[in-house]
Design a binder for this molecule. Structure first.
Ligand SMILES: Nc1ncnc2c1ncn2[C@@H]1O[C@H](COP(=O)(O)OP(=O)(O)OP(=O)(O)O)[C@@H](O)[C@H]1O
Length: 468
């Protein structure tokens, strides 16, 4: 008994202790679960309401770790590795399954072995939608090897898309995007610098910028309902507040551009009117040439501010109508139109006359004038097209991936386009939705900025006197 008492005592002492521990453990578990739930809810809320800071502070660091840790395997899976023979301390190769009597002898020694070496991955730099990273090419690799495996890389990295965006001798830059940034475009076109508009977004999350001083003439092609007019609305809205003249040539009988008339310096709605306006524009160019020649300037941007003529942006809708011939009597008029447009395209950059030519199809079947004009329009915008040939005609001899991307534009995404500048690079882009009412309101609001056509044509000789 004497022995049992202390035991009983001990048991009696231990029991409450265990209960206390059990309660503590339960409390701790509840606290931990509560903490985890609160953290998960907090992370969700952070990601939902402040996605940008969440991406930079949490998402991107986690992705970085994952990409670096898995790069060797990913590169191997994408056939980007190269075999190298290196010296390694290694075991003999183990024999395959054999009889029980086979004795496996492991001998460690330094020997030359083949290993798969992944290309060197540079520093990952975050972007709003993903990251950029430079990869050092192995000997014998070319950027095209990476272009071919972008889809595999996208799957391996669990991202929406990977693109080769840049290449330099010996390296390529990859851009990974986490999700399609073009699903919804909520920016409104801002008025930027003179002759610059931002009609939407590029796939890399940046603003889509149309800068006429860099790329003076644009071809805007696409099937019906693909978003050509919406882009024209966005451009008009962006240009309206700027000190420039806008001219409309609307071969759809004026239905597209008439609502914007208050901000237009001139509007042609029939072929006859358009030919007249194009003649005037060629006259304006000739005047500007003379002004520059007399001032010893190579272009209007070299003239002093007071002598610089007003820049003119000419919007042409349904350009094919300018070239379609109903009978032979129209031949001369069409030839005149083609020559005038071509002259504007050739000389416009230096003398601040810029073209945006819209149409469903601008093929060589419309005549040689169209082919020549198309080659002068260095900026290309290809919306959804009905036939691969139109994509070819619009994007020319660009990267075949650009053509594939243009053909893949879905009908449910109007405003989506492939945009190519003169440097050969291309982007997926989508214009912001600008209703006709919005563009019309902008046209009315800035109507006072529209120089009268007659003044514009006449004023071009005036700076000469002032400059002298
Ligand atoms: N970026 C966009 N976002 C959302 N909707 C758009 C966008 N662009 C165009 N749309 C819608 O798609 C439809 C067709 O657009 P739009 O009129 O610009 O096409 P289009 O190519 O000019 O067609 P058409 O040649 O028949 O005039 C319109 O209802 C327009 O509201």
């Amino acid at each position: 008994m004497g022995h049992r008492l202390p035991g009983c005592f001990l048991r009696t002492r231990r029991r409450p202790g265990r209960r206390l521990n059990g309660q503590t453990v339960t409390h701790t578990m509840y606290a931990a679960l509560g903490f985890l739930a609160a953290s998960a809810a907090g992370a969700w809320a952070w990601r939902h309401w402040l996605p940008r800071s969440f991406w930079y502070l949490v998402g991107f660091p986690l992705k970085t770790v994952r990409v670096y840790l898995t790069w060797r395997h990913v590169a191997y899976g994408c056939t980007l590795t190269r075999k190298r023979r290196v010296w390694r301390l290694s075991l003999d190769a183990l024999p395959g399954l054999g009889t029980a009597s086979v004795v496996i002898q492991e001998r460690r020694r330094v020997r030359r072995v083949d290993i798969e070496r992944a290309p060197r991955l540079g520093i990952m730099r975050p972007t709003v939608m993903g990251w950029r990273v430079r990869v050092r090419l192995h000997d014998g690799q070319i950027p095209d090897d990476y272009v071919k495996v972008t889809e595999r890389l996208a799957h391996a990295w669990r991202v929406y898309a990977v693109r080769v965006v840049d290449s330099a001798p010996g390296s390529v830059t990859l851009l990974a995007t986490m999700r399609d940034p073009l699903t919804t475009i909520d920016v409104t076109p801002e008025t930027g610098d003179l002759l610059t508009v931002r009609p939407g977004r590029l796939e890399n999350g940046r603003d889509w910028v149309i800068d006429f001083r860099t790329v003076p003439h644009w071809l805007n092609a696409g099937a019906t309902q693909s978003g050509k007019s919406n882009l024209a609305n966005a451009i008009i809205k962006g240009l309206a507040p700027q000190p420039i003249a806008i001219v409309g040539l609307d071969l759809k009988g004026g239905v597209e551009f008439t609502p914007y008339k208050p901000r237009l310096s001139a509007l042609g709605t029939t072929r006859g009117e358009c030919v007249g306006l194009l003649d005037d524009l060629v006259g304006v160019l000739t005047d500007r040439m003379r002004i520059c020649r007399e001032a010893g300037a190579r272009n209007v941007w070299k003239l002093p501010d007071h002598a610089r003529p007003t820049p003119i942006v000419v919007l042409v809708d349904e350009v094919a109508e300018l070239f379609l011939m109903a009978d032979k009597s129209e031949k001369d008029e069409i030839a005149k139109t083609a020559t005038a447009l071509l002259r504007i395209a050739q000389l416009g950059r230096a003398f601040a006359v810029y073209l945006i030519v819209c149409g469903q199809r601008i093929g060589s079947d419309l005549g040689p004038g169209v082919t020549a004009l198309r080659s002068q329009l260095s900026g290309r915008i290809c919306h959804r097209v009905n036939d691969p040939e139109t994509a070819n005609l619009t994007l020319g001899d660009m990267d075949p991936d650009a053509l594939d991307a243009a053909r893949a534009i879905a009908a449910e995404t109007p405003g989506m386009a492939i945009v190519a500048g003169q440097d050969g690079s291309w982007h997926r882009a989508r214009s912001v939705f600008v209703s006709e009412e919005d563009a019309e309101a902008a046209a009315r609001q800035y109507a006072a900025l529209a120089p009268a056509w007659a003044d514009l044509v006449a004023v071009d000789t005036a700076p000469l006197t002032e400059a002298a």
